[in-house]
Design a protein around this ligand. Sequence first.
Ligand SMILES: [Mg+2]
Length: 291
Amino acid sequence: MEYGDRYQHVPKPKFDCLLFDVDDTLYPLHSGLSGEVTKNIIEFMVNKLGIKDNVLELNAKLYKDYGTTMAGLKAIGYDFDYDDYHSFVHGRLPYEILKPDPVLKNLLHSLPIRKVIFSNSNEEHVANVLGRLGLEDCFEGVISFENLNSIKKTDLLDDENDANFKGSKRSTIPGTGTDVNSSSEINAESPKTPVVCKPFEDAFEQAFAIAQIDPHRTLFFDDSIRNLQTGKRMGLHTIWVGSSHKTEGVDYALESIHNIREALPELWESIERAEEVCYPEKVAIETPVRA
Ligand SMILES: [Mg+2]
């Protein structure tokens, strides 16, 4: 008897990685945390950089043009320390307004697919958010500002830096120097920024290399339409979180991250199918006997 007759074929799941933004994706916009971030950014611009005029408009424009206000401020010539910016903007946030989310935790744990964080924020902020939501053990690794930008150049070859990504090879990361131009897609007349961040393609290329991601087999969750549209161009399957309608560059739209199962039941169905057809019967193994 052919062994093929004894086993049913188990189709390969369509996705082997789930890639998640953090802010306004893993928790809702109405939590208020992002509003606090904006307040702190405005305060940084006024008190630390001495910007007096049209601060709100400038913040909105830089965020729109460069993906993060920090990237925009660097592009237009402001000189400041990245750590100072992060500790001023994120270090003073009232994280206690985020509550544990056991529903999301259970959803994530029920999916035996690798899950990776891809955030423009610094790693301490990401850790604080995941900790408050109770999701710290849900992800295989985190790609954050520090991974995307070579501010720890001397540490780049340290194993410690790769700790979040078992088996990743730091040497495969393209363009880790500070000359990286992440603003190749903005208006040609706009000044370039040294910061690597979503929604620019080089940030995605680095993320794929760091976490060894095949974009064609990865679902990407983000609340930013520009991030999703770049991701779609890069081959990712895209999910717009916080919206109930699809648009160009969006494969699925979820009002809330809690709706994953309703929008993508196939994620669970393929797993259940694989479990059902694993061993339909006990296979007898013939042992040759020598007389
Ligand atoms: Mg976001």
